[in-house]
Design a protein around this ligand. Structure first.
Ligand code: WQD
Length: 347
């Protein structure tokens, strides 16, 4: 029997590249589509170095409907998709909402229209942003959504509604939506990781860039939150653990274990760490001091969030194995790799 073929959209991005590696290890034949808007084609070389297989790659924008239909016409046996491709900068989405609604909704709709009519499986990249600031922690999958705080978060809520409605209408469709908390870290090989373009918006790449001297100082946004040390609390999850959950989600669908054809799971560690704890962990495992100062809160930030991951444990058989120190250590090794390979970030 041939290997199961799977389309990974956004497969050269941060989570997409790590998941591609895990899929190849699990025996899948991976086809990647990535428009390279936030990724480098050189990532493909490093995926090949890690996994010893070079996935088929197509550089195009999934908003181009005819390209999506052509791809599936060329691969009539490809009936599984992991859909990562999306614009993901919360701040940018506030400034340019149409870009976000256009990119994130059309790409999903085009993929689903191309698959409609055949038995198919989709794993969707969702986000803890769908919950907003929940009143009760930890967040379970049953926690009601608050209104989205950004157009980005709203696209994730709308995409989940699209998936829910289409699962009702098309019983041949199987979907698992994975709600990521704060993905950080890098593959143990240090050959793939997060490649932020320009100034990083997220905490961990800012920490590593400050430690290596690219940034003079890390601003810690707010120390007057109602938390033990006053800084905000997040549930950081190692990207390799996250990647493995995608393989388990596919297994569940392939084995027909789903309780309904639309399921969704929280993916975090279940532990909340403050921004200062993250910095301290980084300093401890690397021995490198991070120059930081406390500044005012960042607008749109929530105070604290962490996941109840019981459902992913029971239903997917998924348990995160790596802790905060592993996340920081691997992020640091990756930052050092990037320093030695400027071609990765060259535009
Ligand atoms: C974490 C904490 C900041 C930078 C994440 C994803 C985002 C979206 C939602 C994807 C916050 C603080 C940060 C800095 C800081 N998910 N911080 N100084 O906002 O939790 O968002 O979930 O679907 O894409 O990244 O992550 O890393 O930006 O911030 O003090 O320079 O670190 O204020 O409390 P966030 P983050």
């Amino acid at each position: 029997m041939g290997k199961s073929k799977i389309l990974v959209t956004g497969g050269l991005g941060f989570i997409g590249s790590h998941t591609t590696v895990e899929l190849i290890r699990a025996g899948y034949e991976v086809v990647i589509v990535d428009d390279l808007s936030n990724a480098s084609e050189k990532v493909l070389d490093n995926i090949e170095k890690i996994a010893s297989i070079r996935p088929e790659f197509h550089a195009f924008d999934l908003c181009e409907e005819s390209r999506v239909f052509d791809l599936f016409a060329r691969h009539p046996d490809m009936d599984m998709v992991i859909h990562f491709a999306a614009s993901k900068a919360v701040g940018e989405s506030v400034e340019n909402p149409l870009l976000y609604y256009h990119n994130n909704l059309y790409s999903l709709i085009n993929v689903m229209r191309a698959l409609k009519g055949k038995q198919h499986k989709i794993v969707f990249s969702s986000s803890c942003t769908v919950y907003g600031q929940p009143e009760i922690l930890p967040v379970t999958e049953g926690t009601p959504f608050q209104p989205a705080e950004s157009p980005y978060g709203n696209t994730k809520q709308i995409c989940e509604e699209i998936l829910r409605d289409t699962c009702k209408a098309y019983p041949d469709q199987q979907v698992i939506s994975l709600r990521y908390f704060n993905p950080v870290g890098a593959d143990a090989s240090a050959l793939i990781g997060e490649l932020p373009i320009g100034t990083p918006a997220n905490l961990v790449p800012f920490i590593t860039q400050t430690a290596v001297g690219i940034r003079k100082e890390l601003s810690v946004f707010g120390n007057d939150y109602n938390t033990p040390d006053g800084t905000a609390i997040r549930d950081f999850i190692h990207v390799t653990d996250l990647a493995k959950a995608h393989v388990l989600a596919l297994d569940r669908m392939l084995k027909g274990k789903q309780k309904s054809n639309f399921e969704f799971y929280n993916l975090g560690t279940g532990k909340g760490y403050s921004v200062l704890e993250a910095i301290t962990s980084f300093e401890r495992v690397t021995g490198v001091k991070v120059n930081y100062k406390i500044v005012g809160r960042r607008s749109g930030d929530i105070e604290k969030i962490y996941a109840d991951t019981g459902m992913a444990d029971v239903e997917l058989g998924w348990k995160p194995e790596l802790g905060l120190d592993d996340m920081m250590r691997s992020a640091w090794r990756w930052q050092q790799y990037i320093q030695q390979h400027p071609e990765l970030t060259a535009t």
